[in-house]
Ligand binder design. Structure first.
Ligand SMILES: Cc1cc2nc3c(=O)[nH]c(=O)nc-3n(C[C@H](O)[C@H](O)[C@H](O)COP(=O)(O)O)c2cc1C
Ligand code: SF4
Ligand code: SF4
Ligand code: SF4
Ligand code: FES
Length: 634
């Protein structure tokens, strides 16, 4: 559909009214989540089945694909708009029943309704699902509700009103003051004040300035920025245009999006094209005299390219490696020009702040960290997915009220926050009110919003090892403390989980970790030891048990188990003996024994045993004294 350019803010209002008037008042509509999570479980087939079934039944049906609804693990999600019936785990084969029963006759299909893990009841609508009750959707308000490929739906939802207000009713200085007054802290990890950053770039005299949106999101388990870019790309674009206006002399913006996010890149390019067509990007935006345009740059999947200076080198076509600061990017950034770089979620907060004001924004969250935060909630909770909560909420509320509690009602052990830069929060801090400052005090970090919940069956050393192995591989190698130090730490951790740890290993990990933090050039190295140091801080006894008692309290480290044949159930079929490459299974007086000296704990025998009579047992040994164990890391 060709669109006419909007020449002034009034045109935007008229267009909105026009779209609203044309909206069909009769007929049915359903929203189908087509975010990456739901697509992976067949959402596109659900869309086509619903459309063909509606045609078969002679039903006038509008099927609206949306971005992420949040409950990804229960996808595909389908919502009937007339009465907001919320279905989960919908299959393409459910389409005939949805059309015939729900849409035509208004009946619910019980098995497709979400069974709430807290109440045990089937919920009819989003309002009745406890997962949503304590959330506050500011940034995600459109995500899951509008079709991200339709600028018209964004405009109907109030989109570009903040831009119109900024351009027509506020000077650039007033926009900046509002953002500063809101005390919006960057959601990309460090929590730096966005208004102060913008002001820094504004102060520098230059004919050319840039604004960049950081959509690299390389942290394992994180999908906040991806979901937002996929589900509401215009919200980020609008924030960038307002930023360009506030900073001044800024005519070009870049969205650096992860190459592994094809849907986000596609939706962004569609949104940019539509905004250009309407004159919301390009020359003389809404008749204000502002010239500004945006280009999407695809990252190639290197975690370090999310670091601000490395990201700018990457856009310039150079190798993405951090450089020392100062000079700060707001003085000398992309192509040596003043550059503002903000995270996706930070920029999506700008529209609501301009529209509703700094005081409204500060009424949410805590004094030091106003607003909300999006988390990717994963791990051992019953409801995993994408959540947006006010700052200051407790970890207990997130786990039990939103997450629905721990799977199998096991005991909560720790929450890992902030991905590889973050740390673990143990159960004594379950009631911690989370914001940027409180997390720092307990040795964790907000990071970008990864939140992994762990229970009693998770080994904290293995968790620390996992995150450190990620940063070790992703280190760009420029500076020795990071390149060599993380390698050393990883070797020690690996030896501990393999049962080869030695006395003094914990102290060595602490010493190297602190040295790396003090001397590494960039945030990757400075934060890489965090998962290790925080697990030593709160779970030192687990490290000690591994090292001196050959014991994994969580029962998770395969190398520390001892293998035994249950004599009474053994068929003497000898399959295990054949499978054991180490000749560790020996026959003695008509029974089989596993010789611990030779057993490499590979588990091959368990895999072949037809009666499951080989078991792995965890036996706490008396503590060994001295460093008499062989095979230590050093
Ligand atoms: C190794 C590394 C990776 C990073 N990755 C990202 C990322 O993917 N997205 C992001 O917004 N910030 C990332 N950051 C933080 C950015 O350097 C920067 O602080 C942030 O984008 C600034 O935006 P904000 O002030 O709006 O948070 C990363 C930092 C480091 C050290
Ligand atoms: S700290 Fe690590 S990632 Fe950062 S510049 Fe040094 S080597 Fe590269
Ligand atoms: S765990 Fe591996 S090494 Fe040990 S007895 Fe079984 S097959 Fe042999
Ligand atoms: S495979 Fe199992 S049943 Fe067969 S000999 Fe080994 S322990 Fe016994
Ligand atoms: S992708 Fe559908 S709910 Fe998240």
């Amino acid at each position: 559909m060709a669109r006419n350019r909007l020449k002034n803010p009034n045109d935007l209002g008229l267009l909105r009214e026009d779209i609203l008037n044309k909206k069909a008042l009769d007929g049915h509509s359903v929203k189908v989540c087509c975010g990456t999570g739901c697509r992976a479980s067949g959402a596109e087939k659900v869309v086509s089945s619903l459309m063909s079934e509606a045609a078969r039944a002679g039903l006038d049906l509008e099927v609206r694909p949306t971005g992420c609804q949040g409950l990804c693990e229960k996808g595909p999600i389908v919502i009937a708009e007339a009465d907001q019936t919320f279905y989960n785990k919908v299959d393409a084969f459910d389409a005939p029943k949805i059309v015939d029963l729900t849409l035509k006759r208004g009946e619910k299909i019980d098995r497709l309704l979400v069974q709430d893990p807290i109440t045990g009841q089937r919920a009819n609508t989003e309002e009745e699902i406890s997962f949503y009750a304590k959330q506050e959707r500011v940034v995600l308000k459109n995500c899951g509700h509008i079709n991200p490929e339709s600028i018209e739906e964004y405009i109907v939802a109030g989109g570009y009103q903040a831009l119109a207000k900024a351009l027509s009713q506020m000077t650039p200085d007033e926009v900046l003051s509002e953002v500063k007054a809101a005390r919006l802290r960057g959601r990309g990890g460090a929590g730096f004040d966005a208004g102060v950053k913008w002001e820094g770039a504004k102060r520098v005299k230059s004919q050319i300035k840039y604004i960049i949106c950081n959509g690299d999101e390389g942290d394992p388990g994180a999908f906040m920025d991806r979901s937002l870019l996929e589900g509401d790309p215009h919200a980020v674009i609008e924030g960038m245009i307002i930023g360009a206006y506030a900073v001044g002399d800024c005519h070009n913006g870049y969205i650096y999006a992860r190459g592994e996010y094809p849907l986000a890149v596609k939706n962004l390019n569609i949104a940019i094209g539509q905004a250009r067509e309407l004159g919301l990007l390009g020359k003389d935006i809404l008749g204000s005299g502002l010239d500004f345009d945006i280009e999407v740059k695809k990252g190639a999947g290197a975690f370090i390219c999310g670091e601000s200076t490395a990201l700018m080198f990457s856009i310039e076509g150079k190798r993405g490696m951090p450089r020392p600061t100062p000079p700060r990017s707001v003085e000398k950034g992309l192509y040596g020009k003043p550059t503002v770089l903000n995270n996706v979620e930070t920029l999506a907060n700008i529209g609501p702040i301009i529209l509703k004001g700094a005081d409204w924004f500060k009424s949410i969250g805590t004094e030091g960290s106003p607003g909300t935060k999006i988390f990717a909630l994963t791990g051992r909770v019953k409801n995993t997915g994408l959540i947006e909560v006010p700052m200051g909420i407790t970890i207990r509320e997130i786990i039990y009220d939103i997450g629905g509690g721990i799977i199998d009602d096991k005991e909560f052990k720790a929450a890992q926050m902030g991905g590889p830069s973050g740390g673990c929060i143990p159960k004594e801090h379950l009631d911690l009110h989370i914001d940027f400052d409180s997390l720092g005090r307990v040795g964790a970090m907000m990071g970008s919003g990864g939140l992994v919940i762990m229970d009693e069956s998770d080994c904290m050393i293995e968790i620390a090892r996992y995150f450190l192995s990620f940063t070790q591989v992703e280190s760009c190698g420029k500076c020795p403390p990071c390149r060599i130090g993380t390698f050393e730490m990883l070797e020690i951790l690996t030896s501990i989980v393999e049962g080869k740890g030695r006395e003094g290993d914990i102290e060595r990990l602490e010493e190297i970790g602190v040295r790396i933090q003090q001397t590494a050039l960039c945030g990757l190295g400075k934060s890489a030891p965090n998962p290790v140091l925080s697990t030593i801080r709160y779970f030192r006894d687990e490290y000690e048990a591994h090292i001196s008692k050959d014991f994994c309290p969580a029962g998770a480290c395969a190398s520390l188990g001892h293998y035994r044949v249950i004599e009474e159930e053994c068929l003497m079929c000898n399959l295990c003996v054949e499978a054991c490459a180490f000749d560790a299974i020996i026959e003695k007086r008509g029974s089989l024994y596993i010789d611990e000296v030779y057993c490499e704990k590979c588990g091959a025998c368990i895999g072949v045993c037809p009666t499951s009579c080989i078991v792995r047992e965890f036996v706490e040994r008396p503590a060994l004294s001295g460093s008499g164990k062989g095979g230590g890391a050093k």
